[in-house]
Design a protein around this ligand. Structure first.
Ligand code: 8Y7
Length: 281
């Protein structure tokens, strides 16, 4: 019998061999896909391609959280993601993560076959902690300052690394108090969510500090605007080399899960990293 998802995540964390979470957007305004509408059938085909490329987890999202994005109602989110999750679960054993902050979407997605919750609001929505505890699946709690519509207007911290660490400590304590199992917790500094380039760089540089809490970390940097700012690549599609560099740096600093668009290319990066880990002296 294959190891369960939480075992996979914990051994990725312990052994510093990150899992790859492939990104599947079912939204009309996802920035990195050039504004293309990912109709459910396109999203399904894309997800199956990411499985072929070696994704360990598929992250399905029906609400864009790009800076400036508007919230969508639960009914619309459900309409976008549920069919994709059902069809995907019937066609692959790769675990599916639901990218949502809404308890009703978490519930319906898990019922449809998803095996993990990815919440960019860190289970701060009304009822989210209780719902995630009852669903009894791995859950990623991410840090965000503000909300997507306004988060990039004036991000401000005392010390970004200790502020994010404190937030994640508070949310993990709340999660455990609500009955979420310790082996189900994954924490994420939330690159790009209410952060300047300098904040994002500090968090990447000090990722090991966040790892000191002892929980597995997820890092999502793929194609993000911080990489555009560093390289001058305005189009997200042109940020693959920078994304691969960032994936390697996050892996070396102990990330347990890398959330990426380009699964095949990132696999090759991890193969080199793992080969070096296994090499004699
Ligand atoms: C992240 C994420 C996004 C991330 C986690 C994008 C849904 C923006 N970024 N979830 N979601 N961590 N856990 O650029 O960094 O993909 S959406």
């Amino acid at each position: 019998m294959p190891a369960g998802l939480s075992d996979q995540i914990l051994s990725a964390h312990r052994e510093r061999r990150p899992l790859l979470m492939g990104i599947v957007n079912v939204t009309p305004d996802s920035f990195s896909d050039g504004g293309r509408y990912w109709r459910p059938d396109d999203a399904l085909a894309h997800a199956l391609k990411l499985v072929e490329e070696g994704a360990d987890i598929l992250d399905i999202g029906g609400e864009s959280t790009r800076p400036g994005a508007q919230a969508v109602p639960a009914s619309q989110e459900l309409e976008r993601v549920l069919g994709v999750i059902e069809k995907l679960a019937a066609r692959t054993a790769v675990p599916i993560s639901i990218d949502t902050s809404k308890p009703e979407v978490m519930q319906a997605a898990i019922k449809a076959g998803a095996a993990m919750i990815n919440d960019v609001y860190g289970l701060r929505s009304e009822g989210a902690l209780e719902t995630a505890a009852a669903l009894n699946v791995p859950v990623c709690i991410m840090h965000m300052q503000g909300e997507p519509r306004t988060m990039q207007q004036a991000p401000s911290y005392g010390n970004v690394v200790s502020d994010v660490a404190d937030f994640l400590k508070e949310r993990s304590t709340a999660a455990l108090a609500a009955g979420i199992r310790p082996e189900h917790l994954v924490l994420d500094p939330g690159f790009g969510f209410g952060k300047t380039l300098a904040h994002n760089l500090s968090l990447l540089k000090q990722l090991e500090v966040l790892r000191e809490h002892g929980w597995p970390l997820l890092a999502g940097i793929s194609r993000k605007s911080m990489l555009g700012a560093i390289t001058g690549r305005e189009s997200a599609k042109d940020r693959l080399p920078a994304s691969l560099a960032a994936a390697l740096l996050a892996a070396q600093r102990g990330a347990a899960i890398l959330r990426v668009h380009d699964v095949a290319a990132t696999r090759d990066v991890l193969a080199v990293l793992n080969a070096l880990a296994d090499a004699a002296q």
